[in-house]
Design a protein around this ligand. Structure first.
Ligand code: HEC
Length: 434
């Protein structure tokens, strides 16, 4: 899908820095909001059905109250979901500039799936007005909304997950094969479990605290709502612990770091505290705890999103390094080198190539040792006597050995003339050393 490739110009290091924070902030809107939409639709649909089969008024009422109180209108949903997803797609395209990741496509497709999902969810909310007259329509809308939201979450999780796995970029060129990737499956299940825990906490907060709580709840109903919300939040918060550990454990080797584990432990602590308060709420019936519970639950979401960010930054170290390092220094250095050697004339030849090498390549390459890139002595044999081919590679690097180098080399700005000089120097030097 070529038309879904964004054609951005090379971002500066500062743009990438900003984009890295923007994606975390935006996911802080999308993740809790989408979680609550999904959790609420699922629970309220279940309660609605239960109210019908068991003819118990409290189920019927809670299903309606939940939808009313926790599902926002289409306008709010667009701001919380559609806009951020699109912006995240653009930000990630910037971060992954010049790679074969195709990332914008994933986010754009997720955006397209989200539109009908949000419309259906809103229609489901409205269908409570006509639930008695048209029960089939009500349940059908609920199921469709649920399917749409589930697909949106899956698209979102796939898009975000793939970024942490650079070795998969060239292999997976569309969303569909990602369904069968177990990294995505784990993270999808994690999202669903988290969404139920968050919804439980949100239910407590929006029924008992927000805007002075829900009016005219009698004692029996209050108690039921408290136990239902608290029970759901507690059960899924405990299950969440498992998924959280599992998600961190399955981050690829090169994306692991002390800060990943550090933030992870912090997240576990927050989750543990939330579980403890939920237990207190349930055993003592103390609804003054609902605000700290909801805030802590959001705090946990924030920490897990930051941890995702840390894993992503580790996985993209090479990418960030390449962009950061070269974007700003480059022009000044080259200009200085040129001025020193020539006083203005166009420089060529292996001697100038040595300057190019020392300016651009030395950070990643050595003749004898593997650094970020392979040692020249190991890759140059295949270019012996092939100056043009080598020049072409340096001008427009392509992916060669994805198993060892998750991200391909990229031309971070050297000119065609520089590439040729570097190629001459490399081959000269190779012949001397071999
Ligand atoms: C930011 C790090 C980085 C910089 C800077 C860099 N390279 Fe590379 N280079 C790599 C990586 C990583 C690979 C391996 C890519 C792959 O296998 O797909 C590579 C591979 C190569 C190869 C082997 C290609 C092959 O066919 O196996 C050559 C030759 C090369 N680089 C030359 C250069 C030259 C010349 C420069 C400077 C003008 C340069 N590189 C700058 C990271 C870098």
């Amino acid at each position: 899908m070529e038309f879904l490739q964004l054609n951005l110009s090379a971002p500066k290091a500062s743009d990438v820095e900003i984009a890295r924070y923007v994606v975390i902030l935006l996911s802080l809107l999308v993740v809790p909001y989408l979680s609550i939409l999904f959790g609420t639709t699922l629970l309220s649909l279940g309660l609605s059905w239960r109210g019908k089969t068991e003819e118990d008024a409290k189920f019927t009422r809670l299903s309606h109250d939940m939808a009313d109180r926790l599902i926002g209108g289409f306008g709010v949903s667009s701001i919380m979901v559609l806009l951020p997803i699109l912006t995240m797609g653009i930000s990630f395209s910037q971060i992954l500039y010049n790679t074969d990741s195709n990332i914008f496509q994933y986010f754009f497709l997720t955006f397209l799936i989200a539109i009908p999902a949000l419309i259906l969810t809103n229609m489901y909310k409205k269908s409570f007005e006509t639930r008695d007259a048209n029960p089939t329509g009500h349940y059908l809308l609920g199921l469709l909304a649920l399917g749409g939201l589930k697909t949106t979450i899956w698209g979102f999780v796939s898009s975000v997950t793939i970024i942490t796995f650079p070795e998969k970029w060239p292999l997976i060129q569309s969303l569909i094969p990602l369904t069968f990737d177990w990294n995505v499956v784990i993270r999808f299940l994690h999202f669903i479990v988290a969404s139920l825990a968050i919804t439980g906490a949100a239910l407590l907060f929006f029924f008992f605290r927000w805007d002075d709580g829900l009016e005219d709840m009698d004692e029996g109903y209050r108690k039921y709502v408290r136990n239902f919300g608290g029970g759901v939040a507690l059960g899924f918060a405990i299950l969440q612990t498992l998924f959280y550990v599992w998600s961190i454990g399955t981050v690829p080797e090169f994306a692991k770091s002390m800060s990943l584990y550090g933030v992870g432990v912090g997240g576990m602590f927050v989750l543990f505290l939330t579980t403890f308060l939920l237990y207190k709420l349930l055993s003592e019936g103390n609804t003054s705890l609902v605000t700290p519970i909801f805030v802590l639950m959001l705090g946990f979401v924030l920490m897990s999103l930051v941890d995702d960010g840390v894993a992503r930054d580790n996985a993209l170290k090479y990418q960030h390094y390449a962009l950061d390092q070269f974007n700003e220094k480059r022009e000044a250095e080259v200009a200085a080198a040129r001025a020193e050697q020539s006083g203005g004339a166009v420089l060529t030849g292996p001697e100038y190539g040595k300057t190019v090498y020392e300016t651009y390549c030395i950070a990643c390459h050595d003749f004898n040792n593997k650094l970020i890139g392979p040692s020249y002595m190991s890759v140059l044999p295949k270019y012996e006597g092939k100056l043009d081919e080598l020049t072409e590679y340096i001008k427009n690097p392509v992916r060669v050995n994805p198993e060892e180098y998750p991200a391909p080399m990229m031309n971070t700005g050297w000119s065609d003339n520089d590439a040729k000089a570097a190629a001459e120097y490399l081959l000269d030097e190779y012949n001397k050393r071999k």
